[in-house]
Ligand binder design. Structure first.
Ligand code: MN
Length: 356
């Protein structure tokens, strides 16, 4: 009887024994116990081997040596690179904190407690290389790099017309960022290109072209975008997390799947995140659980879910309003009013239709 085993090894376990007769002699029962021990030993051995195999893949990558070749269309839109056994070499930062003095309502700068300050936290959703729209949005909110802390919520580049212009401008004005699934893919290509000794002249996919056109400085800036930007103790509002796609409520940052942080849209009934749209919107679950919290709240600001559009709930703020498809580019703004209370605001601009 053929038995399917891990990694194509021959079945190590003997076939199941037929049921023992209740009248079996004690000697038979002793030998059956000994047999159980052997079975247990074999099982432990198989487990140890497969664990080691999985571990060595996760650390070094299974295809040691040759890096994966990237095509164009066979890569799904939501594919991200961090889980390709390559993360150790690619590297990413999990979380960066916004300095306390940059958080609205917590400032010093000659402002008395309980009074407003001029600091704002501005978070912009998926820009996708839409440079003109990004500029008009910053004009509309009167962006001031002195007093504003600007965070781009991922998918800053790729798909759109002027990815490099957006990147250079973001760097110039001191914007901060989180890593989106598109940054992750482009970086995966970038590092793959850097690693290759043999230059090949095959037709390059659009993404690979973009990766190839990145300067070292641009790639370094992208590489430094963490998965999560955190603002602690926003007065009256609690903690804020900024991510590209989402988080699973009740799971610490270090235990979240890094790929899911950049790709999730829904959860299944075991709370496993998925990039697919059929399932419970992770933000719905987040709000449901957050409403029960009694010791302070955490709000998540994110992008990625263009199909839902601008999706502002009490404890989640979805900002991908579909700029690349001719809808809007949106910013979420936190600012302390004159009484020192921090208030939220949404500002958006119309986008030209680049993709349909
Ligand atoms: Mn995305």
């Amino acid at each position: 009887m053929a038995q399917k085993t891990t990694h194509g090894l021959l079945p190590l376990l003997p076939p199941p024994t037929t049921s023992q007769s209740p009248t079996a002699a004690p000697a038979a029962s002793r030998s059956s116990r000994a047999f159980s021990k052997i079975k247990f030993g074999l099982l432990a051995g198989v487990l140890a081997i497969s664990t080691f195999w999985a571990y060595s893949c996760s650390v070094g990558g299974c295809n040691h040596g040759e890096a994966p070749v990237f095509g164009g269309d066979e890569w799904e839109d939501d594919y991200a690179g961090v889980n390709e056994g390559i993360s150790g070499r690619l590297g990413y930062t999990l979380v960066k904190d916004i300095p306390a003095e940059s958080i609205p309502g917590r400032g010093k700068r000659g402002v008395k407690k309980g009074e407003g300050d001029d600091k704002r936290l501005i978070i912009v959703g998926d820009i996708h290389g839409m440079f003109d729209e990004f500029q008009s949005l910053l004009d509309k909110v009167s962006y001031d790099s002195e007093s504003d802390y600007l965070v781009l919520a991922g998918d800053i580049i790729s798909k759109g017309p002027d990815s490099l212009a957006v990147l250079d401008f973001a760097r110039k004005i001191g914007a901060h960022c989180v890593r989106g699934n598109h940054e992750d893919r482009i970086l995966l290509h970038y590092h793959d290109i850097q690693r290759r000794k043999r230059k090949h002249h095959l037709a390059l996919s659009v993404e690979r072209k973009l990766a190839k056109s990145l300067s070292k400085k641009q790639a370094e800036w992208l590489d430094a975008c963490p998965l999560v930007v955190r603002a602690e103790k926003v007065p009256g509002l609690g903690q804020y997390y900024i991510v590209h796609a989402g988080l699973v409520h009740g799971i610490g940052l270090r235990r979240q799947d890094p790929v899911a942080i950049m790709t999730m849209r829904t959860l299944n009934h075991h709370l496993v995140p998925s990039p697919k749209q059929n399932g419970m919107h992770w933000a719905k679950y987040w709000n449901k659980m957050e409403r029960r919290e009694t010791h302070g709240h955490t709000t998540v600001v994110y992008g990625h879910y263009a199909a839902e559009g601008l999706d502002i709930r009490r404890y989640t703020k979805g900002l991908d309003s579909g700029c690349i498809r001719g809808r809007r580019l949106s910013a979420y703004i936190l600012k302390a009013n004159k009484g020192g209370r921090v208030e939220e605001d949404i500002v958006s601009v119309k986008c030209r239709e680049y993709l349909d």
